[in-house]
Design a protein. Structure first.
Lengths: 180, 194
């Protein structure tokens, strides 16, 4: 457990540094690469926390597709003039970010320890029900898939509809009648 | 939307083309595997769809965005999205028709196996939706015609907008102007896009 915690601490530190680099680097291309590194770090963190489904999503979407979409977007823009490496700091924005992060950090103390056996998620009756009945009822070995596609199938249909609606809306806004 | 305009950054590279030609079938198969195998291991329609879309993006990077777009031209991507959405909805409605609840896979009467195949079908449908939307999004962003249009509008609209504004808006404009020139730099970038 301690080795996992140490690795997790290293990975999260890497992610925070990458996030800071993404914020402060002036060149957008550098910022995008730093953002991809951040997503990669978070994906590794999800693996360490034994959530491979989320890790796969984070790696494919965060570090993969999003990076590519950012790249094709900035290919249409120009580089900022000047030789400065870092972006100037906006102190009003910093104040808002500090306020928000400070508020969120106050909740950290009430979270259960990483991997704790008596975390509410592990002891909840709902979790127990899914873990005991997902396979006999659906024949699906991945309980996450069983929840997403069977027990919460209606929610997932809603999500799929949102993806279609968002896609159609964005494509209409981009005015690409020639290719949708 | 001429070739030279939207594909200026493309440089033909034998190494990239050869590598992509070898890798893409495996990436595509892996995407389908993640969709199908979401029931047994990590993954599912969403993740698999993203991987399938990234296979097409690899092709676009290796062989140029315009040729890939022409290769995919037609109703293929649109149809993929629509068929995905319809499949998901009809799997749900079909259960209603078989006197079950909406999306109740047991209602099809194949037992536990039927539930599993129903889930696999739904995962495939999600994969079709996600990959289709991402592929269209990529080509729309990459073609970039909309940027030229909006940049021109911005330049032309700005002075008249300022002139038409009342004192109220003018005050807020000057407030924005004091933001360390951030707005000004954004405007400049927009102008150079054209």
């Amino acid at each position: 457990m301690t080795t996992v915690s140490t690795t997790l601490a290293i990975v999260l530190t890497f992610s925070v540094l990458a996030a800071l680099a993404a914020i402060f680097l002036r060149d957008v291309l550098n910022a995008i690469i730093a953002f991809a590194a951040f997503s990669f770090g978070i994906a590794v963190a999800w693996i360490l926390l034994a959530a491979p489904d989320v890790a796969l999503t984070e790696a494919a979407v965060g570090a993969g597709i999003t990076t590519v979409l950012f790249l094709v977007t900035i290919a249409k823009t120009v580089r900022p003039s000047g030789e400065r490496l870092l972006e100037a700091v906006e102190w009003r924005s910093v104040a808002i970010v500090v306020l928000l992060v400070g508020t969120l950090l106050t909740t950290v103390r009430s979270l259960p320890a990483v991997g704790s056996a008596d975390a509410p998620v592990a002891t909840s009756r709902v979790t127990e029900y899914y873990l005991q009945n997902a396979y006999p009822e659906t024949g699906v070995e991945n309980a996450v898939t069983a929840v997403l596609a069977a027990y919460r199938g209606f929610d997932t249909l809603g999500e799929a509809t949102v993806v279609i609606a968002a896609g159609v809306a964005v494509l209409l806004v981009l005015r690409q009648e020639a290719y949708v | 939307m001429s070739h030279a305009d939207s594909d200026q950054t493309y440089v033909e590279s034998t190494i990239i083309m050869t590598t992509v030609r070898v890798v893409v079938p495996f990436v595509f198969t892996f995407g389908l595997f993640v969709m199908f195998h979401g029931a047994e291991s990590a993954g599912g329609g969403f993740q698999g769809g993203v991987i399938v879309a990234s296979a097409v993006l690899l092709l676009a990077f290796a062989f140029g965005i315009e040729p890939t777009r022409e290769w995919l031209e037609g109703p293929l991507v649109k149809t993929t999205i629509a068929v995905g959405g319809a499949t998901f909805a009809f799997v749900g409605l079909g259960a209603l028709a078989m006197n079950g609840a909406f999306l109740e896979y047991e209602a099809y009467g194949f037992g536990s196996d039927g539930v599993k195949y129903g889930i696999e079908l739904v995962e495939l449908a999600i994969g079709a939706i996600v990959s289709g939307v991402l592929i269209s999004l990529f080509f729309s962003l990459a073609s970039g015609d909309f940027l030229v249009v909006s940049a021109n509008n911005g330049i032309e609209a700005e002075p008249s907008e300022n002139a038409a504004n009342g004192s109220d808006d003018a005050a807020s404009d000057s407030d924005n102007g004091s933001d360390d020139g951030v707005d000004a730099s954004v405007g400049a970038t927009g102008g150079e896009l054209a």
